[in-house]
Design a protein around this ligand. Structure first.
Ligand SMILES: [Zn+2]
Length: 250
C-alpha cells in the first residue's frame, strides 16, 4: 500500500522531496494538480483538530500516508496499540463498576476477585464480539472478502480512530460523572465510522450502521455477562446459610 493523494485518492510515488534537513518541497498530485498531502508540513495540533472535526483528508493522511505498511514497523505498532486499547477498555469497565458503588463497598477478597473477573470478561468477550460483528457487517455491507491483511487494516483503523478513549485519562485526575463515558463512546463510534468511510470509500450511512451494530452487540453481550455473573453470585449467597446450618448440625 503506497502513498495516496488525500484530495482525490490517486496513488502518488512520493509525498515530498527533501533537499536538506528541514528543507522539503511538497509534491503535487498528477491527477488533481493539488498538493498531495499538505498535512506533512502541518503542526500535530492542526491534525488532531481536523480529526476531531472528522475531516476525511485528515483520516486519509493518518491511515494511509502515516500508518504505511511499507515504511514503518507495522506489526510492532499493532501490538502496542492493542495493549493500549485493552488497558483503556479495562479502565472504562473499572469506572463503570465504581459508579455502581461496587468498588467502594468491596472489602473482601472474593468481591474484588469477582470485579476483576467481570472486567476481564467484559474486555475480552465484549471486544471479541465487537470485532466479530464488525467484520461480519463489513463483509455483508461492503461485499468484500475478509482476509488476514484486511482484518489487520480494519483492526488498526478501529484502534487508531478510537483515540477519543485518551480522554479517559482525564477521569483519573478530575471527578466526572460516569455518563461522560457514554459521550466518549459516542465520539469513538462516529470516529470509527469516519475512518471506515475513508478506508472503504463507501457511504456514511453504511459505515455508521456497521459501527453501531458492533457497539450494540458489545453492549448486549456485556449486559448478559453481568446478569450471568449476578445470577451466579445470588445462587452462591442462597446456598451459604444452608451449608452453614448443615455444618453447625454436624
Ligand atoms: Zn489528487
Amino acid at each position: 500500500m503506497g502513498y495516496r493523494c488525500i484530495q482525490c485518492w490517486c496513488p502518488v510515488k512520493t509525498l515530498y522531496v527533501q533537499y536538506s534537513p528541514g528543507n522539503i518541497r511538497l509534491m503535487k498530485c498528477e491527477n488533481c494538480k493539488a498538493v498531495a498531502d499538505e498535512y506533512i508540513e502541518c503542526e500535530i495540533m492542526i491534525l488532531v483538530i481536523d480529526l476531531i472535526l472528522h475531516k476525511p483528508k485528515a483520516y486519509r493522511h493518518l491511515l494511509h500516508n502515516v500508518i504505511n505498511q511499507e515504511t514503518m514497523k507495522f506489526h510492532g505498532l499493532l501490538w502496542k496499540l492493542a495493549v493500549i486499547f485493552l488497558l483503556f477498555e479495562s479502565y472504562r469497565c473499572l469506572i463503570l463498576e465504581s459508579s455502581k458503588g461496587k468498588l467502594g463497598s468491596s472489602n473482601s477478597v472474593s468481591s474484588l476477585v469477582s470485579i476483576c473477573w467481570k472486567v476481564l470478561m467484559d474486555v475480552i468477550i465484549g471486544n471479541l464480539m465487537f470485532l466479530l460483528t464488525f467484520f461480519f457487517m463489513v463483509k455483508m455491507f461492503f461485499h468484500v472478502s475478509i482476509t488476514i491483511s484486511r482484518c489487520i487494516d480494519l483492526l488498526l483503523t478501529l484502534m487508531i480512530s478510537s483515540y477519543f478513549k485518551i480522554f479517559l485519562i482525564a477521569m483519573m485526575v478530575w471527578d466526572f460523572p460516569s455518563s461522560v463515558i457514554f459521550i466518549i463512546e459516542l465520539f469513538c463510534l462516529s470516529s470509527n465510522a469516519a475512518a471506515l468511510k475513508v478506508m472503504t470509500e463507501s457511504t456514511m450511512r453504511r459505515c455508521v450502521w456497521t459501527c453501531f451494530s458492533a457497539y450494540a452487540i458489545k453492549f448486549i453481550v456485556t449486559r448478559i455477562l453481568e446478569l450471568i455473573l449476578l445470577g451466579q453470585l445470588m445462587q452462591g449467597w442462597s446456598q451459604m446459610p444452608f451449608t452453614f446450618s448443615k455444618a453447625t448440625m454436624i
